[in-house]
Design a protein around this ligand. Structure first.
Ligand code: GDP
Length: 325
């Protein structure tokens, strides 16, 4: 059952995890009354948001994301930093369950009082999942988390959305496999502020160093980033907890540099606008398609389009004009 806006607000601002979890559930709910309640709550909380450092972490399944997040996360919480870990898992849209968002993946962090782990909402479609994550992130900020990790499976579906909500984007890679084998698209590499070659341990160290050089070289071929901080490639063994401090130092330096050169604030402004625009698109589409007239019209039109008797462009115009002419 829902709490009052004020109860949610007070609970969240005092850092009550139980209330925070319930507020996230409210944000994730598909019920229209919950959505209205959630929107009011978010509006009240807005002045208390924005204070965290938002870090996106991606990489193909098996690269070691959850092991890395355990290692880096524990490194941070040992410094008394409060960390929230959110996952965006497009596969949950299809399966209705999450392969990623399982607390048992991060056993150490999930027992850490300074860490808060929240898996993807199950059963939401992709655009929706990322949108919920955006709002969940704001709730976590209001609850006082200083660092927020947003984890995605790096298969090229949700990375762009996540890039639009974080300050820093980290890509985990493996050595000994070409990019094509890693399933990482060039576009994702271009979005990264840093690359981490994971599993740089045991027999793998030499190959990892070679991969580091290759990736560093590949990054030089991209256009220089707007942040004016050149992306770097790091070696890391998440399993042995080696190399995470260096990665984090780079993230902190990035924050300092981009705060000084204005990019950090500028980027957040752009992201707010992006968020607004994608919400507007979503609502327009949603309300447009929900109209009685459109719902009646669509099946016949779609049939003609798929049969090839009506060009798609013309069909789309006809649907629009049915409402707005
Ligand atoms: P995810 O699917 O990206 O979250 O990957 P996991 O964190 O679940 O790791 C996949 C497998 O790689 C697990 O068996 C881990 O123990 C292993 N692994 C993760 N990081 C390292 C590492 O730094 N070194 C080695 N040798 N194995 C690792």
């Amino acid at each position: 059952q829902r709490l009052s806006i004020d109860e949610y607000k007070q609970g969240i601002l005092s850092g009550n995890r139980f209330v925070l979890s319930r507020a996230i559930t409210l944000v994730e709910s598909r019920l229209p009354e919950d959505a209205t309640h959630a929107a009011k709550l978010l509006e009240q909380l807005m002045p208390h948001t924005g204070g965290s450092l938002r870090v996106g972490i991606t990489g193909v399944p098996g690269v070691g994301k959850s092991t890395f997040i355990e290692a880096l996360g524990s490194y941070l919480t040992h410094q008394e930093i409060r960390l929230a870990v959110l996952t965006v898992d497009p596969s949950s849209a299809r399966s209705g369950g999450s392969i990623l968002g399982d607390k048992t993946r991060m056993t150490q962090l999930s027992q850490d009082p300074r860490a808060f782990i929240r898996p993807s909402p199950a059963g939401a479609y992709l655009g929706g999942t990322a949108r919920k994550t955006r709002e969940t992130m704001l709730l976590c900020e209001a609850a006082g988390f200083q660092i927020i990790f947003v984890e995605t499976v790096g298969v090229g579906q949700s990375e762009t959305e996540v890039r639009h909500m974080v300050d820093f984007f980290l890509l985990l890679m493996l050595s000994g496999a070409g990019d094509e084998l890693q399933g990482i698209k060039k576009g994702i590499m271009e979005m990264a502020d840093a690359l981490v070659v994971n599993k740089a341990d045991g027999d793998n160290i030499k190959a990892a160093e070679k991969a580091r050089q290759d990736f560093q070289h590949a990054l030089h071929l991209f256009v220089p980033p707007e942040s004016q901080v050149d992306p770097q490639v790091f070696l890391c063994s998440s399993l042995r907890q080696e190399g995470v401090a260096e990665v984090w130092q780079f993230v902190e330096d990035y924050k300092k540099t981009t705060q000084a050169n204005g990019y950090f604030a500028e980027n957040r402004k752009k992201q707010n606008l992006h968020w607004f625009r994608s919400m507007l698109h979503y609502l327009l589409e949603h309300h447009f398609l929900a109209q009685e007239k459109i719902r009646k019209l669509l099946p016949a039109i779609e049939q003609q389009v798929s049969a090839g008797t009506l060009p798609a462009t013309q069909a789309a115009r006809e649907v629009m004009e049915a409402v707005w002419k």
